[in-house]
Structures are given as structure tokens and as C-alpha cells.
Write a new protein. Structure first.
Length: 95
């Protein structure tokens, strides 16, 4: 269907329910690996952030119930912070 000259976008497998779970999580990890290194935190800080999330009662099925993000994707970015202040944004990606 076209509206006002715009072509309808065909979206395939947008819902996790339509995707193979293993492939879905592999694609998430590939996405994280492909993030520009300048935007990502270093490995030690990433692991510290994830350790906090692992102990958090808001973590469910790899997602944060406070923000709706996959925590591995949220925690990898320097600019991101925990919505409850349990870990903070980092200018240098180390602390
Ligand atoms: S981002 Fe914060 S609130 Fe969300 S799971 Fe991690 S520690 Fe918990």
C-alpha cells in the first residue's frame, strides 16, 4: 500500500516472537561488537556495570525493567547511565 507517494516499508522479523532466540541474541552481540570503539566503555568498566545489573532486582530476561533496554547494550555505551543511578555515565570509558 502506498500513501501520498510514499512506498510502504516492508518490515521482516521485527518482533522477537518471530525470531529464533539464539540468532536474536547473536545479532545483539554482533551489534554490540560493531559499536564504534570511541563510544564504548572499556572491558573492565563494562564488566563492573554488568555485575551491578546481574545483582539488580529489575533485571529480567537480560532486560532492565526500569528502562526497557537490554542491559548489555545499555551498559556498553559511555554516555549511558543506570536509570536508578546504580552506575553512571563515563567520559573516558574507564571509570
Ligand atoms: S540498568 Fe540499573 S536499574 Fe537497570 S538492571 Fe541495571 S542496575 Fe538495574
Amino acid at each position: 500500500m502506498e500513501r501520498e507517494g510514499r512506498t510502504r516499508r516492508i518490515c521482516r522479523k521485527c518482533l522477537t516472537a518471530d525470531m529464533d532466540e539464539k540468532k536474536y541474541f547473536e545479532s545483539l552481540r554482533a551489534y554490540i561488537d560493531a559499536v564504534d570503539e570511541d563510544l564504548k566503555v572499556g572491558g573492565p568498566l563494562y564488566e563492573r556495570r554488568l555485575a551491578v545489573c546481574r545483582e539488580c532486582d529489575l533485571l529480567a530476561d537480560a532486560m532492565c525493567r526500569a528502562c526497557g533496554c537490554y542491559v548489555e547494550m545499555r551498559a556498553v555505551m559511555k554516555k549511558n547511565a543506570c536509570p536508578y543511578g546504580r552506575w553512571q555515565a563515563s567520559a573516558d570509558g574507564k571509570n
